[in-house]
Design a protein around this ligand. Structure first.
Ligand code: MLT
Length: 349
């Protein structure tokens, strides 16, 4: 365990609500970041009120819709650091391109080519970046809770770009933007915006920070969330994540009820000795044409990427007309522009 991992797990947040809360239909209250955390930070999706979610979505909509020249100097000369301890394509590139399209200067620090390799702790790395003038840090780390640690020690706005198996709040926001636009709903959200909508999230729920952030957000807008997967990858306790969540082991049954099918990758890097029968998994949980047209012919198909084509999803579905997967990627750019602007504007979007 690295020094960063040790201290980060100590401060890992407890965002799984108690069982009693799961029985109440009330939306989960927001949990604002602790004292000493910069208000521009986004550490967990639960820290945002629905009004703040709406403001971020509105800003993303404006930034995505206007010519680049209109916002090319919004963050001119501001310095942002991307601190990545895990591989990433979409999240890292979209944060970087978002920053650059707002005129900011960016630097990328990865665990492979920095003093992190020599054992430098997350805290010291953060303090070094701050001393070099970074005004905001975008962090991806394999330890749940590490963004809290970094935000606490640096006092800088920290954007959680995925922390272990905990959360991926910017992904939940870009997924929400995608769902709203595919379903023809307004981007100003309330507790009833997704009334009557069921989203099934299928696959490796256990290791997925994407599933967790979505499961913590979507029921607050009235959506029903079905978590679907085999016992090994979906423990029964997952139902306690938030009110509005149910578990279903049978993928066909889950699909029959859903307007949105969100597929997940099996996170081989986090399986830690767990043996999965991939042929059986594929048979039971793959989203393929047969299953799709039989059970959910109108459902919007989503996947946070990276996809393992032929395992959790087939190419015909991933590339078909119901797939919103590329739209999710494009929405990532808009959402991350909004989050960066918010971070450097004291938390106001
Ligand atoms: C993540 O970083 O969590 C990804 O977007 C999903 C995955 O790695 O499968």
């Amino acid at each position: 365990m690295s020094p960063a991992t040790k201290s980060a797990s100590k401060s890992a947040p407890k965002s799984v609500p108690k069982k009693a809360a799961a029985q109440s239909p009330q939306p989960k209250a927001t949990t604002p970041p602790a004292d000493g955390i910069h208000p521009g930070s986004l550490l967990s999706i639960t820290q945002l009120s629905l009004e703040e979610v709406s403001n971020i979505l509105a800003l993303a909509e404006r930034l995505a819709g206007e010519p680049l020249s209109k916002h090319a100097t919004l963050l001119e000369n501001r310095k942002l650091a991307l601190l990545f301890y895990e591989s990433s394509t979409r999240t890292r590139t979209s944060f970087e391109l978002a920053a650059k399209s707002l005129g900011a200067m960016t630097t990328l620090v990865s665990d492979k080519s920095s003093s992190i390799e020599k054992g430098e702790s997350l805290k010291d790395t953060g303090l070094t970046l701050r001393a070099l003038g970074a005004e905001c840090i975008i962090l991806r780390h394999n330890a749940s809770g590490s963004p809290y640690l970094l935000a606490k020690h640096t006092g800088l706005p920290v954007l959680n770009a995925g922390d272990g198996m905990h959360e991926h709040p910017s992904q939940a926001l870009l997924d929400l933007r995608t769902i709203l636009s595919r379903l023809g709903k307004k981007q100003a959200v309330t507790e009833t915006t997704l009334d009557g909508i069921t989203v099934c999230i299928t696959g490796d729920i256990l290791h997925s920070r994407v599933a967790r952030s979505n499961a913590l957000l979507l029921p607050r807008l009235g959506a029903k969330v079905i978590l679907c997967g085999p016992q090994q990858l979906l423990p029964p306790e997952a139902v306690d994540l938030s009110p509005g969540i149910t578990l279903e082991r049978d993928f066909d049954k889950a699909l029959q009820q859903s307007q949105v099918a969100m597929m997940l990758r099996i996170q081989k890097e986090r399986l830690a000795g767990m043996q999965i029968d991939l042929a059986d998994y594929q048979k039971q949980y793959q989203l393929n044409e047969d299953r799709y047209f039989k059970h959910a012919p109108n459902a919007v198909v989503m996947h946070p990427g990276p996809m393992i084509r032929g395992l959790e999803i087939t190419a015909d579905i991933a590339d078909g007309p119901s797939s919103a997967i590329e739209e999710q990627v494009r929405n990532g750019l808009a959402i991350r522009m909004a989050l960066l602007a918010r971070a450097l504007n004291g938390g106001a979007a």
